[in-house]
Design a protein around this ligand. Structure first.
Ligand SMILES: [Zn+2]
Length: 115
């Protein structure tokens, strides 16, 4: 009788341990999955920011293209834009960069955004 009770106790203890192990391995699995997902999301975000940065740097350092603004319309263009060529000499403004034009209150033409 005593032996039987002991066996029951041991069985019960094993069942509890088994439940804990299952719970732990499940939560470890979810944590791993979440970490993987977060990592992937962050990697994608970094790649996106990198390409954005390359894009911006490319725009700012393209020396053949000048940034010119129309002081009447307060729009700025790449010098290759057809609108840029129509700006008269008295209304034309020259900018160092897109950032320069933006800080002076000019808005970008589609030619800047699409390039
Ligand atoms: Zn334009």
């Amino acid at each position: 009788m005593e032996l039987y009770e002991e066996v029951v106790k041991i069985k019960e203890a094993f069942r509890k341990v088994k439940k804990d192990v299952v719970f732990l391995s499940e939560s470890m699995f979810t944590t791993e999955q979440n970490t993987d997902r977060k990592f992937r999301e962050l990697s994608e975000e970094i790649e996106m920011l990198k390409s954005k940065l390359a894009n911006i740097e490319g725009k700012e350092t393209t020396k053949e293209e000048e940034i010119v603004g129309n002081s009447l319309s307060l729009k700025f263009h790449l010098s290759s834009c057809p609108y840029a060529k129509k700006i008269s000499n008295e209304n034309i403004e020259h900018f160092q960069s897109i950032h320069d034009a933006l800080t002076k209150g000019f808005q970008s033409c589609a030619c800047v955004r699409d390039n």
